[in-house]
Design a protein around this ligand. Sequence first.
Ligand code: NAD
Length: 480
Amino acid sequence: MSLATNERYRMFIGGELVESTSGEYRETIDPATEEPIAEFAAGTSEDVDRAVAAARDALPEWQAKTPTERGEVVQRLADVVRENAESLAEVETRDQGKPLSDSRGAVEGLAQTLEYYAGAAGKLEGKSIPTGGEEVDFTVREPYGVSAQIIPWNAPLNLMGQGTAPALVAGNTVVIKPAPTTPLSAVHLAELFEDAGVPDGVVNVVTGGTEPGAALSGHEDVDTVSFTGSVQTGAAVMESAAANITPVTLELGGKNPAVVLPDADLEEAADAIALGIFMNTGQICAAADRAIVHEDVYDEFLDLIVERAEAYELGDGIDDPDMGPLNYEAHFEKVMDYIDLGVEEGATIETGGEALDREGYFVEPTVFSDVETDMRIAQEEIFGPVLCVIPFSERREAIDIANDVEMGLTGGVFSNDVRAALNTAEQIEAGSIYVNQWFGGPIGAPFGGFKKSGIGREMGMEAFDSYLQTKNICVNLTER
Ligand code: NAD
């Protein structure tokens, strides 16, 4: 398996590669060169109907397997992913833009996620509830049925794995809709599903733009929707799912605070925050968007973070630089508009702020100082390599600034004082808090948002709550 330039990629429905009912194709562009790399089928709502029907038809066979058998299939998938690691990483880099090492890490992360859930297959227990009478009461956890997985473009392989693995192990069948600018890894992954012996129809991939996404979230035969993407589209998904009372899990955006207390190890904080905001060119929901830094160490921190930002080498992801391009042109323009807006709002560019004078959607790592919390650059998710640095004098003020946004996905605190660090961690309104690091936490750690950052949790055993519903059974034991 390898990425053939200008190849036409079909969709994967019912175990077969198929054309769209529209017969149409769209182009996907290499964001480092702006050249088309392949065409993919432009899926329609009729294609969604076909995929959902295939997923529904596959349910009886998939649910007839024991949990251990389903776990074995998902484990084989992990093995096949590892066997094809290099080509999957190459496809992800060409389509998404991220450095090859990051894509290799993403493939290994995908394999580990599949393994984690494969191992959980036999551990999805219900509970027994005391009755105090002549009854036995217990719960069983049953799959919902057809699970829709709507995926964004920033980390397609990882996000597909995070949803699909627990959905499958729990006994659901799946329809995946990747983003229109990064469809290729999903189609390649589908080919591997076949190699791993996933029965036909258990996993389906419909490529395309908004039409299949909207059709999937409002489909009356879809039993649960997992959506990862922006707050705005998340609200649209929730609205269309409401018509059928379809449960939704939403993993949405962030505007995440990194609080640097005066006693922090500043080198460590600068390393972690640089990684947090510049990895994947800032296109990570969990990014360290806002550094909220104590006034006593503000200047020193600025020097350290600027030094790190300026050390980044930008280039085509396939050459494995420190940082690749943004994923597509309209997003590149949005990030550049935010940089202009920051200047208009009165923030100071300490470094960066320019696009590279070459083909591709490259933006320099950018650090804004003199940022105030009510500026739009401090409130809205930029989703690019743009750090806002905000000073504070009292810890209470830092927490107020940290929480002064609509979203609450992740947050961080840097301090060598365990009490101050944990008190601050407790008070930040976010689903994940990193202490003296960024992006911490194993696969078993639940991940998800407070406030407008979402509903439900992915990763860890909590992810199963999106894929299993509880049935209570109460048995009368009275002898007559
Ligand atoms: P997006 O909301 O534009 O699109 C996400 C997916 O939804 C795409 O597949 C898209 O085609 C589809 N879609 C578009 N319109 C739709 C509709 N009306 N109904 C159903 N589906 C529709 O998001 P994006 O720009 O691709 O991704 C970036 C966003 O994702 C950022 O806000 C980022 O923070 C967020 N994100 C969150 C997490 C998390 O775990 N919380 C992870 C990664 C990305």
